[in-house]
Each structure stands twice: as structure tokens, then as C-alpha cells.
Design a protein around this ligand. Structure first.
Ligand code: FAD
Ligand code: FES
Length: 257
């Protein structure tokens, strides 16, 4: 099967963070927020396995799909060298997606680092009463897509680990304070596991609907190789789920962090 897409645009958003806009009617017509594409970063044996990258934005009119990634290692480093007009082999859309809110609902998203990208797509596709975004980054320089989040959320709270912008410290602190005063209908989270654990636990305790999107190393991306297993609740016991096929989005109460 052919998964080739044409790159319409590439952009460096900040140090080490890159956007690639793909032209693909196949992905644009089927994708839902929370899904990802599994990208082949080179033709040869170098970075042989595909790398999973979340869908960050879809323009159905123009059949384009944006992915944003951090240059982290071999695969993503190769991805940085792709240019407009190149062909990129992107399998997808893969995985499940977030449960979209209803019109009258109030939602919050809590994202950290590279976990913010799928949350932008979720906010843009959520046509509900009130949207609040809590985003955590390491430093001011690491903040990306701030204007896009501003446009789609009624309220945007940013925290940086070093206090160089917004609230000083982890994003979970302003989120938890907000959660004491507000009762959103749904909360969605994606980012580092310790952050999602705090968000998930607080929502489960308060009986608030919460979904989290897991990041896990992957092989095949389609449920065949078992590389991406994560522990989930099964009654009083536990079992393993595949992040690529059963996820990456899971109900907060199901995951064992
Ligand atoms: C469903 C899903 C969606 C993702 N969406 C995005 C996204 O939108 N933007 C983005 O920048 N990244 C995203 N990632 C993470 C991305 O897949 C990894 O950063 C990438 O595979 C690293 O490949 P590499 O060859 O550059 O790095 P490697 O050389 O393979 O590894 C570099 C470092 O990254 C760590 N790492 C590698 N793969 C993963 C992984 N899958 N999860 C956690 N840590 C990893 C390694 O432990 C190592 O420390 C997503 C991962 C998943 C599972
Ligand atoms: S990556 Fe192969 S089963 Fe999930």
C-alpha cells in the first residue's frame, strides 16, 4: 500500500521544533483529533522503524495535515531535512481519537511539551461553550503555537519550568487551583506521564470525564508487534493494551501509570 504524501510546507517554529504540512486527501478526510501518523524518516536502514507523530491540525478544504515535532534523535533529525515538494511516507490516520465534547459543554486541555500538538487539533475541532487551555513548556523559547491556542481557547494559561514566561513551575499547579473553583465537563491531557498522572487522578477523584493520550515507543503502529504495551485496569486486575491500536487516547480511570 502506498502512503506517500507531498510536503506543502516546512517551518522551524522554535529551536528544535519543526512543522511539516502534508498534502493528503486520504489523511485529511479521515483524521480525528488524537490520531497520529506513522512516518518513514528515511528510505534505507537508517531509522528503519516509522516514527509516530500526532496530527496537529487538518485543513479539509485544502486536504492538508500539519504535524509538529521535536528533533529528538535519529528519526526526527532525518525528518528535519525534508523540504517543500518532497514526498513523505506517512501511514495514517492511526489510533483512536479523543471523545469530542457536546455543544454546551465546558472543557479544559492540559498539555506539556510535545504533548500540546494534538490538543490544538482537539480544541479547533471542539465546537463547545467554553475552552480553557493549560500548557506547560520548559522555557519561554520553547513556547510554540501560542497564537493558535489563543485563537481557539477562551482562556490560555502558560507555565514555564524556569519561570521565564507565564506561571513559574509546572502547569499542573494552575490547573489544580482552577479545578478547585471550576467544574469542567471534560478534561483532556497529553504530555509527560507524571503530568498526566496528576491530571488523571484529580479528575477521577472528582468524577470528571478525563481522557489522556499516551506516548510510547512504537514499532509497527498497527497492533502487530506488541512494542507499545501499556498497563490498563481490568476489573480488580490489570492487563496490557496497545497504545497504537487501543489508544493513544485512554479514559483516565483505565490507565495504570
Ligand atoms: C502516539 C504518539 C504521538 C506522538 N506525537 C508526537 C508529536 O506530535 N510531536 C513529537 O515531537 N513527538 C511525538 N511523539 C514522540 C515521537 O514519536 C518521538 O519523539 C520520536 O519517535 C523519536 O524518534 P527519534 O528517532 O528522533 O528519536 P530516538 O533516537 O528514537 O530517541 C530519542 C529520545 O526520544 C525518546 N523516545 C523515542 N520515541 C519515543 C516515544 N514514542 N515516546 C517517548 N519517547 C520516545 C527516546 O527514549 C530517546 O530518549 C509521539 C509519540 C507517540 C507514541
Ligand atoms: S507499535 Fe506495534 S503493536 Fe503497537
Amino acid at each position: 500500500m502506498n502512503f506517500d504524501t507531498i510536503i506543502r510546507k516546512t517551518e522551524k517554529l522554535s529551536e528544535g521544533i519543526y512543522l511539516i504540512r502534508l498534502h493528503s486527501a486520504r489523511i485529511a478526510s479521515k483524521a480525528v483529533p488524537g490520531q497520529f501518523v506513522n512516518v518513514r524518516c528515511s528510505d534505507g536502514l537508517n531509522a528503519y522503524l516509522r516514527r509516530p507523530i500526532s496530527i496537529c491540525r487538518v485543513d479539509r478544504k485544502n486536504n492538508t495535515v500539519d504535524i509538529v515535532f521535536m528533533n529528538r534523535g535519529k528519526g526526527t533529525n532525518l525528518l528535519c531535512s525534508f523540504a517543500q515538494g518532497d514526498t513523505l511516507d506517512a501511514m495514517g490516520p492511526l489510533g483512536n481519537g479523543f471523545t469530542l465534547p457536546k455543544e454546551k459543554e465546558r472543557i479544559a486541555v492540559v498539555g506539556g511539551g510535545i504533548g500540546v500538538f494534538p490538543l490544538l487539533y482537539l480544541l479547533e475541532e471542539s465546537h463547545c461553550a467554553c475552552k480553557t487551555a493549560f500548557l506547560g513548556f520548559r522555557t519561554k523559547e520553547a513556547i510554540v503555537l501560542q497564537d493558535a491556542f489563543h485563537r481557539t481557547a477562551q482562556k490560555l494559561v502558560i507555565a514555564t519550568d524556569d519561570g521565564s514566561y507565564g506561571t513559574n513551575g509546572l502547569i499542573t499547579a494552575p490547573f489544580m487551583a482552577w479545578l478547585e473553583a471550576e467544574r469542567p465537563d471534560r478534561v483532556y491531557s497529553c504530555g509527560p506521564a507524571p503530568m498526566m498522572k496528576i491530571v488523571a487522578r484529580a479528575c477521577v477523584q472528582k468524577g470528571i470525564f478525563c481522557e489522556v493520550s499516551m506516548e510510547q515507543r512504537m514499532g509497527c503502529g498497527i497492533g502487530a508487534c506488541l512494542v507499545c504495551a501499556c498497563k490498563v485496569q481490568d476489573g480488580d486486575d490489570y492487563q496490557y493494551a496497545h497504545v497504537c491500536k487501543d489508544g493513544p487516547v485512554f479514559p483516565a480511570e483505565r490507565l495504570i501509570f
